[in-house]
Design a protein. Structure first.
Length: 858
């Protein structure tokens, strides 16, 4: 067997670099011709150069105008090797490709009759022969030819420099002045409408902003445009970074494997991450659009102007950009709420990854398939590592470090090491021990104990990280523990002479202690703002937890204390907690005004997945039953208070601002409790909400609650929702997802039927995610059905998808990373089905994930 492991230690620059890349596309659905002229310059001593190429039909090849004889090149195993090259030369190739047969959606493909591309990480090699690696930076000139009637719009990166027509064909020539790696290349050709606007940079330069979508979606682009302008202003204000071209384009496409892609000057977006309208999009959808628009915009500097040397450094651009996006959203929404939402995501997705067979360091040392490293660890944990540097240095020094990084490495392909060196320089401190966060996998556990005697309060912290695959021993981390100490009234006490009420305790050893002279034993408020991605253990009393939820000034600490209470009530089945929880909920509701969003987060019971994330073994059915019982008890005890959260039908009022989104969040949580309590008249109330709502947020809430509860009128509402969804694919996705997530055993049969539905499409990633993705990731009750029927259905679906779209199939597969923590009969069933899946034909990507999933636990 060939060992196709890629190792960080084997990194070496390419033999030649490509200073200029000139491409001419003759677009044709099944036979697009790509002509490439690469200006090559030798970088070392070798005269042999390797060019990646996947699925290309080579028509001609020449060097400096001379066609190569058969013995002068070799194309096999996705690699073109050319020897005897001069120090400087031009490689000229002509290839053909078939975009209409491309269901993998990598490289050049078609979506609803338009051409588009996705090149990250290794898609460019499906377009032309090229050293498809991020450290080869090249200037691109791109000419697109196509039938004018069908494809009136021809787009590529950079600036339009010339256009013309010949017969029924027309052409456009684009030039990108900024050297870029091939993964940032993009072209689009189609018949699209455009929302145009402009932005004036801090230096007074006008930038044309253009968002393209199908004509019927034009009314859904305003929010994305506003978010884009806000992102541009934020990066100027906070990082001092302005946009660098005269044109910024965003194109919405229906068929897209991911959320969006930051191609230079020409972002390509999944429609789900750019279209937003009150009739079709929920509040969470609006917030997602803002975040993704921001994220891809911020990449223009963190990723595009300064890029990655190799794919091991992926988190250099993704972790940093997620952090920038998070801070942007904190600034434009309620910061504490946004922080809690980000932590929720980290704990629900990354913590389980760190405990399972797919655990890997943020900076891995080897990989088989880079597509499988676009994980919660690379993104969300990567962002936390950048955030910790911000915590350790403080905002001002951190921003100086970022400025140094962008100035020093502008136009280069660099490493995480380079980033940290800038932070060390700006912070005037060493981050050598800190680097362990990048190279060690696993979630550190911090156990905190305390004592109080003779006026001295002592906190002792011990850190421990369990082994992960390939890493049996872990050295201690530097952990910024942001903390306060609260007195009996919940007020912070002074921690030093200067009277500071909060500090960042920098822990570096396995065990450390600190003492304070205090008049009484305080309650510690720990890991404020979630200052480090650790699992923290301190043995709080119920009274202390209640007090933290009520009084702490840190949103994260309040939320975490509430989670502990719910956890004890549900996981430990501590029914004595119902009473204090009811009292707490009553008080939170009484004080909700003006902080509805945070209140909603504090009152929302953790999902079954969140409850199970840290359990071993995990019994999802028991968790679901107990969670429902707690919701019913808390619901019944406070019916009038929950009802008071239900909003009056107020037609003119829809807007997506912090206050109104918060009120709808709280209404949703209240309706969940009332539904669990089977409150009188609730089914009719949900029907009224569905009929009278002027927005998708409330309609989707009503439908989900009534359908999941199978309340009176549920079938009729689902039918009405179907009719309403017919002209709107993104709404139809929701219609599918609502059914795929109903937590009941017979959902398995329903999902089987949905996969046969006339509106189901295996070639649409959004539709597949809405059904198989939601079922596998957000319906543990049905997925883990005791007879294994959920596994069987899901594995069949993954196998079928893998033939069409390996990247999607591999991503779906990675969601069962909790496999080792399932109780024994279920684990065996799932393993059986996965093994069966492995006996069939599988793509390299899916095989890579499956092998790791089934590897014996370390
Ligand atoms: N560069 C990525 C897109 C990407 C992801 C390319 C995976 C290749 C493989 C882009 O910047 C990104 O991270 N998109 C995210 C959304 C973002 C808001 C976290 C996505 O597509 O999910
Ligand atoms: Zn990104």
């Amino acid at each position: 067997m060939t060992d196709d492991l890629v190792r960080l230690e084997d990194y070496a620059p390419a033999a030649y670099t490509v200073t200029h890349t000139d491409l001419v596309f003759h677009l044709h659905p099944s036979a697009t011709q790509v002509e490439a002229r690469l200006q090559l310059v030798r970088q070392g001593s070798s005269d042999t150069m390797q060019f990646n190429g996947v699925g290309l039909t080579l028509k001609s090849i020449a060097v400096d105008g001379k066609p190569l004889a058969a013995e002068q090149y070799h194309y096999a195993d996705d690699m073109l090797v050319v020897s005897g090259l001069p120090e400087r030369c031009e490689l000229h190739t002509v290839v053909t490709i078939d975009p209409s047969a491309n269901t993998a959606l990598e490289g050049l493909y078609m979506s609803n009759g338009m051409y588009c591309t996705q090149c990250e990480a290794e898609g460019f090699r499906r377009i032309t022969f090229f050293p498809d690696r991020p450290d080869v930076l090249s200037r691109y000139t791109v000419t697109l030819w196509a039938e004018q009637a069908a494809y009136p719009l021809l787009l590529a990166n950079g600036n339009l420099v010339a256009e013309g027509k010949e017969g029924t064909q027309h052409w456009a020539k684009w030039e990108d002045p900024y050297p870029k790696p091939s993964y940032l290349f993009a072209v689009v050709a189609g018949d699209l409408a455009c929302l145009a606007s402009s932005y004036t940079t801090a230096e007074g330069r006008d930038v044309a902003l253009k968002i393209y979508a199908e004509e019927r979606d034009l009314p859904k682009l305003e929010h994305a445009m506003a978010s884009l302008k806000a992102s541009m202003a934020w990066d100027e204000k906070v990082y001092g970074l302005s946009y660098d071209l005269d044109l910024y384009m965003v194109v919405a496409v229906s068929h897209f494997n991911l959320g969006a892609m930051e191609n230079k000057g020409l972002n390509i977006f999944n429609t789900a991450c750019v279209l937003a309208h009150q009739d079709t999009t929920t509040d969470q959808g609006f917030q997602r659009v803002e975040a993704v628009i921001g994220h891809e915009y911020f990449h223009n500097w963190s990723g595009n102007r300064v890029t990655c040397r190799d794919w091991f450094q992926l988190s250099l651009k993704e972790g940093f950009t997620v952090f920038r996006e998070q801070r942007f959203c904190e600034d434009s929404n309620d910061a504490a709420v946004k922080r809690v939402e980000d932590v929720k995501l980290l704990k629900a997705t990354q913590f389980p990854e760190d405990q399972g067979p797919l655990a890997h360091p943020v900076l891995p040392s080897s990989y088989r398939d880079i597509d499988n490293f676009y994980t919660a660890t690379t993104y969300e944990k990567g962002a936390e590592l950048v955030r910790m540097q911000w915590e350790l240095l403080g905002e001002e020094a951190f921003l100086r470090g970022a400025d140094l990084f962008f100035t020093r490495f502008d136009g280069q392909a660099v490493t995480v090491e380079d980033f940290i060196a800038c932070m060390e320089e700006a912070g005037g401190r060493s981050l050598q021990q800190f680097k362990r966060w990048y190279t060690q996998a696993g979630t550190p556990h911090l156990t905190v104990t305390d004592s109080y005697a003779e006026g001295v309060y002592t906190l002792t912290v011990t850190q421990h990280t369990a082994p992960t695959p390939g890493q049996p021993h872990k050295a201690p981390y530097v952990i910024p523990l942001r903390m306060a100490l609260l007195d009996g009234n919940g007020a912070p006490v002074a921690l030093d002479e200067a009277g500071s009420e909060e500090c960042v305790w920098e822990i570096t050893e396995g065990t450390e202690s600190r003492s304070w002279a205090l008049a009484e034993k305080p309650t510690p408020s720990l890991l404020r703002r979630f200052s480090a991605p650790v699992a923290l253990h301190y043995d709080y009393s119920v009274a202390q937890l209640v007090a933290l939820v009520q009084n702490d000034t840190d949103g994260y600490v309040r939320w975490e204390a509430a989670q502990q209470l719910y956890h004890r009530a549900i996981v430990d089945n501590d029914t004595a907690l119902v009473e204090p929880l009811v009292a707490l909920a009553q008080q939170l509701l009484a004080e909700a005004k003006g902080q509805e969003a945070l209140t909603a987060l504090l009152l929302q019971l953790p999902s079954v997945n969140e409850l199970g994330a840290a359990l071993n073994p995990v019994d999802y059915h028991a968790l679901h039953a107990r969670r429902q019982a707690l919701a019913a008890a808390m619901g019944k005890a406070l019916v009038p208070a929950w009802q008071a959260c239900v909003l009056p039908a107020d037609k003119a009022a829809y807007a997506v601002d912090v206050a109104r989104v918060g009120r709808r969040d709280l209404q949703r949580v209240a309706l969940q409790y009332l539904t669990a309590a089977e409150a009188e008249g609730l089914d009719a109330q949900l029907q009224r909400l569905y009929e009278q709502a002027d927005n998708m947020t409330e309609r989707a809430d009503a439908l989900r609650l009534l359908w999941h509860q199978q309340g009176v009128g549920a079938e009729a509402m689902l039918a009405a929702a179907y009719t309403a969804a017919l002209p709107e694919p993104l709404v139809m996705d929701m219609w599918f997802a609502v059914q795929a997530t109903r937590p009941a055993a017979d959902t398995v049969e329903q999902v089987a039927a949905l996969l046969q539905h006339e509106q189901f499409e295996w070639t649409s990633p959004n539709r597949v995610r809405a059904v198989l993705g939601q079922f596998g990731q957000h319906n543990p009750v049905a997925f883990h059905r005791e007879d294994g029927a959920g596994y069987a259905l899901w594995c069949e679906g993954v196998a079928r998808l893998d033939v069409l779209n390996p990247q999607m199939a591999a991503r779906l597969l990675s969601a069962v990373m909790g496999i080792q923590r399932l109780p024994s009969p279920q684990r065996q069933l799932l393993v059986q089905h996965l093994e069966q899946l492995g006996q069939g034909k599988l793509s390299k990507q899916s095989r890579d994930v499956l092998t790791q999933l089934l590897a014996p636990a370390a």
